[in-house]
Write a protein that binds this ligand. Sequence first.
Ligand code: SF4
Ligand code: SF4
Length: 192
Amino acid sequence: MTTTPESYVCAQCAGLGPTCCRLEPGQEELCFPVSELERQRIVDAAPTLGGLTGAPNTGPFLAHMMRLFPRDRAHMASLFPSHGSHLRLATRPDGSCSFLAAEGCILPREVRPYYCRLFPFWVSAGAVAAFDASGCLACKRSKGVRELLAQLGVSHAVVLDLHGRMRLAWGMTPFEDGELPARLKDRVGKNA
Ligand code: SF4
Ligand code: SF4
């Protein structure tokens, strides 16, 4: 739902269960943080809605961030010092995001946090990857990343672009180690 709210599989997923807009109870600690850029976008677009909350930088939270950004561990440690806090999407007692309504996310697509727009995709070592998300209907129906991209109507380029923008929002280079992914290097080389 977060990647392509219009997609058929996400609509089916919403009819079956909680979707990616609802955390499993107890998983709030691992909710992906909202950057200042993303907060500002949300506040500008929906000043009266609220929907964000502060959360402590716990050990499990930091470990989770380091797993997601294994080559930027030092940066994660400086962004999220222990005893500090970060901002995340607020959730209701049932784990659903406070921006979730019966018809889906109430935020315009371009205002949603990058992580929402990326899910269930990620970029690892320059390659598009997918989370092993057991509750994701599109993941269950796909044999690999290529099939998953097709199911959700997303291209490699869109995932790489969103991931790079999200890294920039957190003060990192758009690509791990500042390197262009091999796929883009090839393209740049051919166009040079
Ligand atoms: S969990 Fe997967 S299938 Fe369900 S709404 Fe999210 S992206 Fe779509
Ligand atoms: S902001 Fe929107 S897309 Fe993101 S988790 Fe909340 S309801 Fe879902």
